[in-house]
Every structure is written in structure tokens, then in C-alpha cells.
Design a protein around this ligand. Structure first.
Ligand SMILES: Nc1ncnc2c1ncn2[C@@H]1O[C@H](COP(=O)(O)OP(=O)(O)OP(=O)(O)O)[C@@H](O)[C@H]1O
Ligand SMILES: [Mg+2]
Length: 344
């Protein structure tokens, strides 16, 4: 009986405002939780453009749901029964880029022992998701532009062109317009990937969705860990709404899961979450390797972490960082970290 109820819980959408319901009837968005007007606008847009072949650029801070939206575009398109191929351009060097995207023939370079099919070919008739496109170096940008213009490419080491029919979806948490202005991102490529653009709001700009998301994650955890009695206390839900959550939805999801696992309680209270919050920020716990962070980035992470830990109590944050409140305000403004005006 219990498990039946749990399953029902899972399959019932947590969100059900009339606007959201209307979208639900037209499109497949069941895994995307939220009913903030900004999110509903986005769902409306992607629902409308999904069936076309228009390229879509998805931007937004880390953890705001860019990949989820990219998948939703594919699922609501006529290509849904064809492949959805993800490529993370963040970790790819210029040489690897070509072999990864366009494939290679045997002998194209020393390690090319066999032919390899590239991601563009794998995505034929489906969609390709080019994640972290802002990380691509200029020489790879040229190569990508060519495929997007001509829909054809040659695998490394081959002179025979191949043609593909692929829908392009890109994502980045960088500001591409700024990069274009600085000359680090090609303007022609920018216009080609950016016919339709979707900007996901940070979670702190849609706090009303935090309780819905927390509830959704709890319901999933009930199922995954066979703990049907799990619940959030109402004060805990209210408290979660006030968190700055720089890691956005991913951070909230991790925080809820970590707290469920570590607290051992079925009913989660504010204190259970507080214990887990500090270990949950996106900043590293010990000092990072030389060359991985600038001093300024370290400062940003440390301030963010102290703000999380002291729940935005500016006076305490300043004390813990060994600076005056005014020095802290200056930095909060500089880094665009939100704080409680009441506390000023
Ligand atoms: N609206 C939502 N409803 C439910 N879960 C969500 C929603 N948005 C994001 N998530 C979940 O939050 C996590 C992060 O989302 P996702 O990976 O899409 O973010 P992202 O913007 O691609 O992050 P990054 O920039 O770090 O790659 C995922 O587990 C995803 O399923
Ligand atoms: Mg992502």
C-alpha cells in the first residue's frame, strides 16, 4: 500500500498552477519543476520552437537546469526518437575537438588505430547538445562554424565529405556577447548558434520555486531510498527559501539529498540542513592547486561560503573574514552577491 502511494506521489506533478497545467497539456515537461513566471515563459518558448530546427542557445549560471532544458527541447521535437548527443566542449583540447566531433579514419594520427565515428555523425537526424560552448578556442570555433554553415565535414585523415542533418542546441554559463566584444568568441558563430536564446534565471530570482523543488527532490528520495516517511518541516521549507544557493538547483538537490542521508531523521528540520550547508558550497574545502583559481576567485568563494554559513548575517560574515562591514559590502556589491537589506 505504502509503495503504491509513493509511486503516486512521484508521478503526480508537484506543480499545478493553471498556467503550468496548460503547458503540461501541450508539451512533455514533467521533469521540469517550477511555476515562476520566468520559467513558464521559457517553457512556452521552448515548446514553441522545439518542433522547428532552429538552433537554441541556453545560458544561465551553473546548476540552473541548462541541460534539462536542452533535453526537453529534443523530447518535444520531431527528432525525439532519434539520438540526443551531448558533447562537453569544456574539457576538449583543439586536437581532440576534431576527432571527437567529426571522427577520424585509421592512421589519421599516431593513436588512431581504428576508424572513429564523430559526434555529429552519431547525432544524424537527431540533436547535438554542445555544452560549455564558451570554452571553445578560436581555431575550433572556425571548424565548428564551417559545419554549421555547410552541414558537412570531413573526418580527420579523410578527404570525403559527409553530410549530416542535425539540430544544434548550445549552452554556456559565460557571457558570449562580452566574449564577442573582447574578440574571444567569433561573432559569426555567435549569430549562428543564437537564433533563439533562452536565459535561465538563477534560483535566488525565483525563490517561490524552492519549496516545490525541495518537495520534488524529497519525493524522489523517498522512492530511491525506500523511506516513505521522509518529510520536510514547514520551517525548514521556509528557511530553504532564504538561502542564496549560488550553485542553484544542483546545490539545492545535493543539500536535500545529503541531509536526508546524513541526518538519519525522517522529518528534516532547519538544524539538520544547517549542519550540511557549509560542506555543500561549490567552493573547495582545502586550498586548491596553484594555477586553478585566481586570488579574486578565491575571495569570491570564501565570501560566498561565509555568507552561506552565517545565513547572510553581514556582521558575522565580516567578523569571520577579518574585515569591516563596509569592506564586506564593497565586495558583495563587486561580486554581485545578494544580501539582506534589513541587515544593513
Ligand atoms: N526545473 C527543474 N526541476 C527539477 N530538477 C531540476 C530543474 N532544473 C534543474 N534540475 C536538476 O538540477 C541539476 C542541475 O541541472 P543541469 O545539469 O541541467 O544544470 P546546468 O545548468 O546544466 O548546470 P552546469 O552549468 O553546472 O552544467 C540536475 O540534477 C537537474 O536534473
Ligand atoms: Mg550542464
Amino acid at each position: 500500500m505504502q509503495s503504491v502511494r509513493t509511486i503516486l506521489n512521484l508521478s503526480q506533478p508537484v506543480t499545478s498552477s493553471p498556467e503550468r497545467q496548460k503547458l503540461q497539456e501541450k508539451y512533455q515537461f514533467q521533469y521540469i519543476v517550477g511555476q515562476d513566471p520566468k520559467l513558464l515563459d521559457i517553457l512556452q518558448t521552448i515548446g514553441r520552437v522545439a518542433p522547428t530546427d532552429a538552433p537554441v542557445l541556453i545560458t544561465g549560471e551553473s546548476g540552473t537546469g541548462k541541460e534539462l532544458i536542452a533535453e526537453a527541447i529534443h523530447l518535444n521535437s520531431r527528432r525525439k526518437s532519434k539520438p540526443f548527443v551531448k558533447v562537453n566542449l569544456g574539457g576538449i583540447s583543439a586536437t581532440l575537438f576534431e576527432s571527437e566531433l567529426f571522427g577520424h579514419v585509421r592512421g589519421a594520427f599516431t593513436d588512431a588505430k581504428t576508424d572513429r565515428i564523430g559526434r555529429f555523425e552519431l547525432a544524424h537526424r537527431g540533436s547535438i547538445f554542445l555544452d560549455e560552448i564558451g570554452e571553445l578556442d578560436l581555431s575550433s570555433q572556425v571548424k565548428l562554424l564551417r559545419v554549421l554553415q555547410e552541414r558537412s565535414f570531413e573526418p580527420l585523415g579523410s578527404s570525403k565529405s559527409r553530410t549530416v542533418d542535425v539540430r544544434i542546441i548550445c549552452a554556456t554559463n559565460r557571457n558570449l556577447e562580452e566574449m564577442v566584444a573582447k574578440g574571444t568568441f567569433r561573432e559569426d558563430l555567435y549569430y549562428r548558434i543564437n537564433l533563439i536564446s533562452v536565459k535561465l534565471p538563477p534560483l535566488r530570482e525565483r525563490p517561490e520555486d524552492i519549496p516545490l523543488l525541495a518537495e520534488f527532490f524529497m519525493n524522489n528520495l523517498k522512492e530511491i531510498y525506500h523511506r516513505p516517511a521522509l518529510q520536510l518541516s514547514p520551517t525548514a521549507v521556509q528557511w530553504l527559501r532564504t538561502l542564496p544557493l549560488p550553485g542553484n538547483i544542483r546545490q539545492l538537490k545535493n543539500l536535500v539529498e545529503r541531509t536526508v542521508l546524513l541526518s538519519g531523521q525522517d522529518r528534516l528540520e532547519v538544524k539538520d540542513f544547517q549542519i550540511n550547508l557549509t560542506a555543500n558550497t561549490s567552493a573547495p574545502r582545502s586550498l586548491p592547486e596553484v594555477g586553478t583559481l585566481t586570488l579574486e576567485e578565491m575571495e569570491y568563494h570564501m565570501i560566498q561560503r561565509a555568507m552561506d554559513f552565517h545565513q547572510n548575517k553581514v556582521a558575522r560574515v565580516a567578523r569571520s573574514l577579518g574585515i569591516t562591514r563596509f569592506a564586506l559590502y564593497r565586495r558583495l556589491e563587486k561580486y554581485g552577491i545578494s544580501y539582506d537589506a534589513d541587515d544593513v
